[in-house]
Design a protein around this ligand. Structure first.
Ligand SMILES: Cc1cc2nc3c(=O)[nH]c(=O)nc-3n(C[C@H](O)[C@H](O)[C@H](O)COP(=O)(O)OP(=O)(O)OC[C@H]3O[C@@H](n4cnc5c(N)ncnc54)[C@H](O)[C@@H]3O)c2cc1C
Length: 415
């Protein structure tokens, strides 16, 4: 599927990721869902051994030096093993490296990226606080300079890899009086500096990803671990919207795909009223609906990847594309999982088939890395800005007057 858009190298890359996904023992997945495995280190290590961690990291730093168009292919394949597999894999191998590649010094890149790509170092990203996640710039975690160090205090919650990761990308207030552009600093905090993992949540799904609360109690971080400059977290945060929103959208497709495959197979075998249930349009149309949604998601993801890779688009436009990808894909994939479950009848609601787990896992997709509501906020903002620009430039036909009574007296009243 979609091979017509792939180069031979991308097909090879896809097959490599697909083989890896096939090789994972089912017991490993069950143990993660049962919280017996806290964080899938072995899984990520094997992915690294197969050259699947650090896809876009330059070769010089131990990565593959590929592009988003390649990364989305492997993200989809790896997520077939469960949404949390791709979340942990994506956070350590795609999200955190993006920040280090974009804002890191040469020393920081050399120190962390090769280890991440070999899965000798596992990484996590810490934005959300008990106080809230959507209002990111209202963060209350603080860092105060003390000689050559910063003293970090505060808490972050729901951190994937909170249990299991070795380094944490932590955003903290260093200039509480400043605005969004100059109040926060991003730090690379090593676990050994004194990070405490205090609490593991009982999660509805997505278990086994080490999702935990982190406590920073007078943690001393050397100034060499400031990422991107003091009071200058904003550009890093802005850039991270790409892997966070777009990357997580790409993986959601892979997490939803098995639900549709399982339901399709079931409807070709299960009989009611003397025929297989795929002969009832009430069933087969749901499968068709889900197939359309999944393919539409892929179209959105593949074109957005091209937009990002091209480097030709304005950052604001990229921000809109990534945000709308996140909203559209995560909500469509949620529909795919539910349509699939519906086609299975009662057995879909049991653990005889993995669809109930897929539904539990996928519920996270519209919440984490920015909720659907926050995505809408961004999209409406960028869209209105674009439209105002168009109106200013008179760059397109204005269709408003293409109707009989366009100039009717006293009708176009706006106040
Ligand atoms: C399993 C799991 C894993 C996670 N992993 C990570 C991680 O690795 N790192 C990390 O930093 N975070 C992580 N998160 C946190 C996640 O990103 C946040 O939960 C999310 O951003 C929402 O923040 P919140 O929970 O504080 O909700 P709030 O910000 O309190 O929002 C609550 C509700 O209000 C709505 N809302 C808030 N503001 C507005 C507004 N302006 N307009 C309209 N609606 C609004 C939201 O959409 C939401 O529906 C994870 C969460 C979970 C559950």
């Amino acid at each position: 599927m979609y091979e017509f858009l792939m180069t031979p190298e991308q097909i090879e890359h896809r097959d490599n990721a697909r083989e890896f996904a096939k090789s994972i023992d089912r017991q490993y997945l069950l143990d993660m869902d049962a919280d017996k495995i806290k964080y899938p280190k072995e899984f990520i290590k094997e992915a690294a051994r197969r050259g699947l961690v650090g896809i876009r990291v330059p070769k010089k730093y131990g990565g593959r030096g590929m592009h988003w168009a390649d990364e989305v292919i492997s993200l989809e394949e790896i997520a077939v093993n469960g949404y949390i597999m791709s979340c942990t894999y994506g956070v350590t191998g795609c999200l955190v490296p993006e920040a280090i590649m974009f804002s890191g010094t040469e020393e920081q890149k050399m120190k962390y990226l090769p280890g991440i790509c070999k899965a000798e170092i596992f990484a996590a990203e810490c934005l959300t606080e008990p106080r809230g996640g959507s209002d990111f710039f209202g963060a209350t975690t603080t860092a105060v300079q003390d000689g050559d160090d910063f003293i970090l205090n505060g808490q972050k919650r729901f951190i994937v890899g909170g249990e299991g990761a070795d380094i944490f990308l932590v955003y903290a207030k260093t200039n509480p009086e400043g605005g969004p552009q100059n109040s926060m600093t991003c730090f690379i905090v090593e676990r050994d500096m004194g990070v405490k993992t205090e609490y593991q949540y009982g999660l509805m799904g997505c278990r086994g990803g080490g999702t935990a609360r982190l406590v920073f109690d007078n943690v001393r971080v050397p100034k060499e671990n400031v990422l991107g400059g003091v009071n200058n977290a904003y550009p890093t945060f802005y850039q991270m919207m790409i892997p966070e929103r777009f990357g997580t959208a790409a993986m959601t497709i892979g997490a939803a795909r098995p639900a549709l495959e399982i339901a399709t197979d079931y409807t070709m075998k299960r009989k009611a009223f003397g025929k297989t249930i795929n002969r009832f349009q009430g069933v087969s149309f749901k499968i068709a609906e889900a197939a359309i949604k999944l393919d539409a998601c892929r179209s959105v993801i593949y074109t957005t990847a091209q937009a990002v890779d091209s480097g030709k688009c304005e950052p604001e436009y990229v921000r809109r594309l990534c945000s709308q990808s996140k909203k559209f894909v995560t909500e469509s994939c949620w529909d795919v999982a539910n349509l699939s479950m519906q086609c299975m009848g009662g057995i879909g609601y049991t653990d005889v088939y993995p669809i109930e787990k897929i539904v539990r896992d996928l519920r996270l997709a519209t919440i984490w890395t920015g909720t659907s509501e926050i995505m809408l906020n961004i999209v409406q903002h960028e869209w209105y800005t674009e439209r105002r620009e168009e109106l200013k430039n008179l760059s397109k036909r204005n269709s408003e007057c293409d109707c009989i009574n366009a100039f009717a007296d006293g009708e176009k009243i706006y106040e």
